[in-house]
Ligand binder design. Structure first.
Ligand SMILES: C[S@@+](CC[C@H](N)C(=O)[O-])C[C@H]1O[C@@H](n2cnc3c(N)ncnc32)[C@H](O)[C@@H]1O
Length: 260
C-alpha cells in the first residue's frame, strides 16, 4: 500500500472531507473537551487529526505509517501552537499501536482507513480497544456508504467554477482507470482520483490512479494498488462484539464502546 498521491491528497479529498467533517464533528460532540488521551489511527495528512484535536482537549497520538502522508500531517500539527503542544506524530500502523500503547484512551478515530486492515489486524485492534478504552471511551470507524446513499460527490461543492472544462468529469468512468471519484482544481491545475476494484483469487485490490491536468493536458499521473479487506458494518459489529465491544450506529459511522 503506497499513497503515491500524498502531495495531492488534500486536493483530491476536498469533496470527501467537506462531506465527512461535519458528520464527524457531530459524532465527536459527546467527547467535546475530553481530557483523556485520544488517538487518530490512519491519520493521513492530518484532516481527521485537526478535527479530533479541536474536539478533544487532551493529548493526541496521530498514527500514520506512510512517510509521505506524514509530511502533510506534520505541517498541519506544527502550524498550530495548540496542536504542536498536544499532538505526537507517530509512524505507527494499527499493529504498532496495539503492540506499543497500553494506556487508558478516551477516543480513537479510524476514519477512511478500516478497509486497509486485514481481518486479523481488525481483531487485534478490537481486542486492544476492549482492553484500553476508558469507561466512557469510544472507537469511531467509518464512514460507511451504501448503494442507496447519494454519491459522495453528487451534492458536494463540485468542480471549482474557475476550472477548465474537464476531459473527465466527476462520475466519469474509463475501462482502464475505473471511476473518477473526485476532482478538484487548485489554481491552474486540476487534480483527479480514479479507482477500479479488481476482485482476484488473492482478494480485493483497488487499482488507484491520480492525475494532474492543466486544461486538457495531462501533466502527471501516479498509480498504486491497494490490497483491501472490505467488510460490511454488520460484519464489523459482529467482530467487535466478539472482542468485547458494543456498537452503535450514528449516521455513516460506527461507535464502539467497551461492553458492560
Ligand atoms: C484514506 S487515508 C485516510 C486519512 C485520514 N484519516 C482522512 O480521513 O483523511 C487512509 C490512511 O490509512 C493509512 N493506513 C493504511 N494502512 C494502515 C494501517 N495498517 N494502520 C494504520 N494506518 C494505515 C494510510 O497510510 C492512509 O494515510
Amino acid at each position: 500500500m503506497e499513497y503515491h498521491q500524498a502531495e495531492w491528497y488534500d486536493a483530491i479529498a476536498r469533496d470527501y472531507w467537506h462531506m465527512v467533517e461535519p458528520e464527524l464533528r457531530s459524532v465527536l460532540a459527546p467527547w467535546e473537551g475530553e481530557s483523556a488521551l485520544a488517538v487518530d489511527l490512519g491519520a493521513g495528512t492530518g484532516l481527521t487529526t485537526v478535527t479530533l484535536a479541536q474536539k478533544c482537549a487532551g493529548e493526541i497520538l496521530a498514527c500514520e505509517p506512510e512517510r509521505e502522508m506524514r509530511v502533510g500531517l506534520m505541517s498541519k500539527v506544527t502550524a498550530c501552537d495548540s496542536l504542536r503542544q498536544r499532538v505526537t506524530v507517530l509512524p505507527w500502523a494499527a499493529a504498532d499501536l496495539c503492540a506499543q500503547l497500553a494506556e487508558p484512551v478516551g477516543v480513537v478515530t479510524a476514519i477512511a482507513m478500516f478497509d486497509h486492515l486485514s481481518p486479523d489486524s481488525r481483531a487485534q485492534l478490537f481486542a486492544w480497544a476492549a482492553r484500553n478504552l476508558t469507561d466512557t471511551g469510544v472507537l469511531i470507524i467509518g464512514p460507511f456508504y451504501s448503494d442507496t446513499d447519494e454519491d459522495l460527490t453528487a451534492d458536494g461543492p463540485g468542480v471549482d467554477p474557475i476550472a477548465e472544462p474537464a476531459p473527465h468529469t466527476v462520475n466519469a468512468t474509463d475501462p482502464h482507470l475505473g471511476d473518477c471519484y473526485a476532482q478538484t482544481s487548485v489554481g491552474r491545475l486540476r487534480y483527479s482520483g480514479w479507482a477500479r476494484l479488481d476482485s482476484g483469487d488473492d482478494g480485493d485490490c483497488w487499482q488507484m490512479t491520480w492525475q494532474v491536468h492543466q486544461g486538457e493536458e495531462l501533466l502527471a499521473q501516479r498509480e498504486s494498488v491497494f490490497r483491501v479487506y472490505p467488510a460490511t458494518p454488520e460484519e464489523l459489529i459482529a467482530e467487535a462484539h466478539a472482542a468485547g465491544l458494543t456498537a452503535t450506529r450514528q449516521g455513516h459511522f460506527l461507535l464502539l464502546r467497551r461492553s458492560k
